[in-house]
Structures are given as C-alpha cells and as structure tokens.
Design a protein around this ligand. Structure first.
Ligand code: BEZ
Length: 203
C-alpha cells in the first residue's frame, strides 16, 4: 500500500512535511489524505494513525505509522538520502528546527486561544506570553543565525520558512519583520522556492 500523509491545509507542521516531500523528491510516492481536525475534536483518520490524534501523521509501506513533523521529516530525509540533516551540522540544524517549531507552536496556540475558547474564557495575558516567546526566538534567529541561513538547504531552514509563513497567514498584524530586517530579506527569497510557493497555507 502507498504511503499516506494525514494532513490539513493550514497547519505549519504539516507544511514542513509537504515541503520536505518535494525537496526530497518523494512527493509522488505519498498519497495526501486531507482531514478536518481540531485540538478539541480529532479526526478518526488522525487517531487511527496517531493515538494523540494530531497531524501530520504518515502511514508507511515499510512499518507502522509515524507522527510528529520532526520524526516524519527525518524519516523522509533518511529514506531519500537527501541530506536535509547533514551529519556535520546536525546539532545546529536540529536546534534551528526546534526554534522554528516553537515559533509555530506559539502562533498556533495564539490562534487556538481565540478560535477555540469562548469570549469569557480567553486570556490576553496568555496570548501575549506566547507572542513574547515567538518574538524572542525570531530576534535570536535574526541576530545569530544569518550565516547558517545563507548555507545549503536543510530542515532547520525549511521549518523556519514554514513558521514565518504561518505568522504572515494568521498573525499578519503582529509585524514580525520589524527590527528583523536581515531575516525578512532571507524569508522573501526563501519563500520563492517552488516547494514553499506550492505549499502556501490555505483554509
Ligand atoms: C490553523 O487553521 O491555523 C491551523 C490548523 C491546523 C493546525 C494548526 C493550525
């Protein structure tokens, strides 16, 4: 049976996997299975592949389903021998990917706070604390990671592109570019890659 990616269009974690599929040349081998799922009600297809009920999840032709975007992208990279996790820079790449995942998680939690909680249950303090995490991480990348970002493509860069794309998509009024001009310039170029342009988030 062909591999299947259980996904939904707007998730930045899913987008990482979709970009990785294109960059590794494995895209045609994986059937895409869209599901309607939320943090409050997981789609049955997502639960069948991942007991946590979260997406992305990947059913495989050579073993049980795997999940968590970082696990899936590592698997795809190993399967294709694509070099998105180069041994020489492995800890830098994983740290950048974790930083990017943290930015997307903060953004997603801010969106959920607004979307999934009733008006009286929402906490502005909590939302702003999430934004503080995201802005600290964006500034750190702008100040310390530009030479890494100028290097060959890796999964840290892909994750960062997906995180910044999600902020533009859902939190555009927050203006993450202010004070982060070097990163903004990198992102303007990076988002033109075919793999990024063809996976832009949509509702
Ligand atoms: C969103 O609609 O922003 C979203 C959907 C799924 C996962 C994360 C975010």
């Amino acid at each position: 049976m062909a591999m299947q990616l259980i996904y939904s269009g707007a998730s930045p974690f899913v987008r990482k996997v979709r970009v990785a599929l294109i960059e590794t040349g494995l895209d045609a081998e994986v059937e895409k299975r869209p599901v309607k799922t939320t943090a409050l009600e997981s789609a049955p297809e997502a639960v069948a592949a991942n007991p946590l009920g979260k997406i992305p999840a990947l059913t495989r032709d050579d073993g049980p389903a795997i999940y968590d975007s970082r696990v899936i992208t590592r698997y795809l990279d190993a399967r294709a021998g694509a070099g998105l996790y180069p041994e020489k820079r492995l800890w830098e790449v994983l740290t950048l990917e974790a930083t990017a995942d943290g930015i997307m998680e903060a953004g997603v939690l801010m969106v959920y706070e607004h979307r999934l909680r009733a008006e009286g249950e929402r906490s502005e303090t909590w939302r702003e604390a999430q934004w503080d995490k995201a802005t600290r991480a964006i500034k750190a990348v702008n100040d310390r990671w530009m030479s890494h970002l100028a290097g060959p493509l890796d999964m840290g860069q892909v994750a960062l592109g997906c995180a910044l794309g999600y902020l533009d998509f859902r939190l555009g009024d927050r203006d993450w570019r202010r004070g982060n001009e070097a990163l903004a310039e990198w992102y303007a170029r990076f988002s033109q890659r075919e793999s990024m342009a063809s996976t832009a988030p949509a509702d």
